[in-house]
Design a protein around this ligand. Structure first.
Ligand code: ASP
Length: 332
């Protein structure tokens, strides 16, 4: 029996036990999800608080909770590039009270980890895509280079000493770093953190030299002049950071990356629960305040057909195949 981290209320536990001992739990018992939700819902964010995944999750959690009539409570279960939190969510009881909000790492981890303790496709029931987020290449202000060209040359000349901050193997920042290394033909030193929140804090503080991080985590620091920004990984410039050139403009057309985020429940969560979560997600993403916050942070609300279990399942399958190939490509 999978174990849930959710602290169930006494009444809910009694109801669940009654449902197990009486063979037919008809009339909308806890098992079929008809009454769902009757208590707070925990959403696992597999990275530190204050980082990009945490930010996206908190933006949708409140309006989703309002729609569902219960609070969505964010739990940061960080470490190992998001695989610890995802593993914990995969083992949770499939009752809709423990969810996972994770990003592109769901599709890269199978290629990066030999013994991943969960199967991102088999062990989860997708709810829908939540956000698409570009990345930006940034450095500490006193590093020296001021353009992407200068940064590229600087990295090539100092690859054994320059330090790159990432959020662990399986994170978006690690993936972007890998693509950057390949584009520049270098191998730089990576400093792993439990999330991009603490990572960017050390770039701002000058303890680490540079990183590639999502706009949901860098927009404020770029606008505030706390870091030097070089390029954004989208084909078009962003309305929210119009002066920032694209990686293609900077001569790195292969460094195009959008960090998609999805909401998941453990596999075998009742369909009625998934469908209520899907409806609440769509309501949250239609909220004007959410859309405004997304666009201010450079993020995009996914297309309506992707805000669905089918849309997220298709994205996960397609991206798992893509990154599986790219990551295992021989370098050189
Ligand atoms: N999404 C991670 C975080 O929220 C960062 C990353 O994947 O690079 O910290």
């Amino acid at each position: 029996m999978p174990i849930s981290r959710t602290r169930r209320t006494g009444a809910a536990v009694v109801a669940a036990i009654a449902c197990v001992s009486v063979t037919a739990c008809s009339g909308g018992g806890a098992d079929d999800g008809a009454d769902y939700p009757t208590e707070n819902i925990e959403v696992i964010v597999p990275f530190s608080a204050g980082g990009p995944t945490d930010t996206v999750t908190r933006l949708v959690a409140d309006p989703m909770g309002a729609e569902l009539g219960q609070q969505m409570v964010v739990q940061n279960v960080e470490g190992a590039g998001g695989t610890i939190g995802a593993g914990e969510a995969s083992r949770a009881r499939p009752d809709g009270y423990t969810l996972l909000l994770h990003h592109i790492g769901m599709s890269t981890a199978p290629a990066l980890y030999e013994n991943l303790p969960y199967d991102p496709q088999a062990d989860f029931a997708p709810v829908g895509l939540v956000a698409e987020v570009p990345m930006t290449i940034i450095s500490r202000n006193d590093l020296g280079p001021t353009t992407m060209d200068e940064l590229a040359t600087y990295i090539q000349q100092n690859q054994s000493t320059i330090t790159y901050a990432n959020a662990g193997v399986g994170s978006a920042s690690q993936l972007c770093g890998l693509l950057l290394e390949r584009a520049l033909g270098v191998d730089f030193q990576e400093v792993p953190y439990d999330g991009a929140g603490p990572a960017i804090a050390d770039v701002v503080g000058g303890q680490v030299d540079f990183m590639c991080d999502q706009t949901t985590n860098t927009s404020g620091q770029i606008r505030g002049g706390e870091v030097t920004a070089y390029a954004v990984t989208t084909p078009e410039r962003l309305e929210s950071l119009p002066d920032l050139q694209t990686t293609a403009e900077a001569g790195l057309p292969d460094l195009e990356l959008s960090i998609w985020h999805g909401l998941y429940a453990p596999a075998e969560t009742p369909e009625a629960v998934i469908s209520k979560l899907e409806g609440a997600l769509q309501t949250a993403l239609a909220d004007e305040a959410v859309a405004n916050s997304f666009s201010d942070l450079g993020a995009t609300v996914p297309a309506a057909e992707d805000q669905t279990p089918e849309g997220l399942a298709a994205r996960l399958a397609e991206q798992t195949a893509l990154w599986g190939e790219v990551i295992s490509e021989p370098v050189g």
